[in-house]
Design a protein around this ligand. Sequence first.
Ligand code: SDX
Length: 393
Amino acid sequence: STGYTTLDPGFVNTASTKSAITYIDGANGILRYRGYPIEQLAQKSTFIEVSYLLIYGELPTAAQLEDFTNRIRRHTMLHEDLKRFFDGFPRNAHPMPVLSSAVNALSAYYQDSLDPDDADQVELSTIRLLAKLPTIAAYAYKKSVGQPFLYPDNSLNLVENFLRMTFGFPAEPYELDPEIVKALDMLLILHADHEQNCSTSTVRLVGSSDANLFTSISGGINALWGPLHGGANQAVLEMLDRIVAEGGDSADFLRRVKNKEDGVKLMGFGHRVYKNYDPRAAIVKDTAHTILEKLGGGDQLLDIAMGLEEAALADDYFVERKLYPNVDFYTGLIYRAMGFPTRMFTVLFAMGRLPGWIAHWREMHEDPTTKIGRPRQIYTGYTERDYNDIERR
Ligand code: SDX
């Protein structure tokens, strides 16, 4: 039998930590970055400005934003040897392990910016990550489709550069669509931080050992890949495609979810913290209509998604369990309409979440009282017992 040990009085829930970066009120559907409501930032700010806000704590002046933008511009290229890194991956590799491997490899190429106690090195690794992740993400996509890599064009902003490196070709100029750039920029803002979620807690825990920023972020990318977390946006599209393939009967699908048949979940629904509508989902839903009307494609899937949402919000099973659409429910529809394959959706989530991960890692080093301590456990194993020789087992 197993004996339970009582919790020693020193047991503290080390899983929850202090932070001044993001505030979430799950019951009332509130999300604020450094005090600014997500609705205002999504409407008025840009992803690079929000990245500055999350990392340095204040909205930048025009001069600060220009300096930040220029410092990032100078680091968008990868080391030529790191580019060859992609040759080693199979073409059908999912881009998330490619992303986390390449980001971790930055620790090997940029050994002059690994010391978490050196402010200049922390700043340099921050800028290098913000600049290079979009390039690595675009190359992961190009590798998967067997097309040539494009060098960054630093006359473009971060999002424009990423779209051009992803969908452009060396042989012809790439036509940027301002509406697509703006929609993707806004989606990256919505994903930029979210308090102590699974991947951010992973970044903090890895970083709490004084592991460098590159390797800590690589850990966060791996955690994000899980379908219950960042992988959900891919899982939502796979769910919608499955409903279409099985005849498009949403009611039957919801019945199977409620019966918990073979682990079927309503992906993109539910949240560990939001027990009300995820404020990001409301913003994304509006954008989905605009973009899908503009780009077409996905209308049937959007109709099914809206049908599922309407039925679930009126169904006691979901209402009683406080299951509402989260940020992942609609984002995949937009990414798909933009031309991204389903497997790139979580890569886009990682691109958005990067400034938040960096902000949390830096906060932990700037204020050690915000460090996630060594988690303790409630031991439920055997009490002490003596070794018995194999002859007597
Ligand atoms: C993200 O933490 C963050 O902030 C994450 C994130 C971020 O920005 O970083 O917001 C991003 O990860 C959003 C979540 C994306 N994941 C999904 O959409 C996957 C589907 N969702 C579920 O896996 C689930 O809702 C969770 C994991 C997100 C949250 O689970 P909870 O709130 O802890 O609920 P639970 O697992 O304890 O389940 C409670 C009940 C159970 O039913 P009963 O056992 O009571 O009968 O609700 C059911 C669950 O079976 N349930 C679902 C469901 N989610 C929970 N049933 C059907 N479909 C679902 N999606």
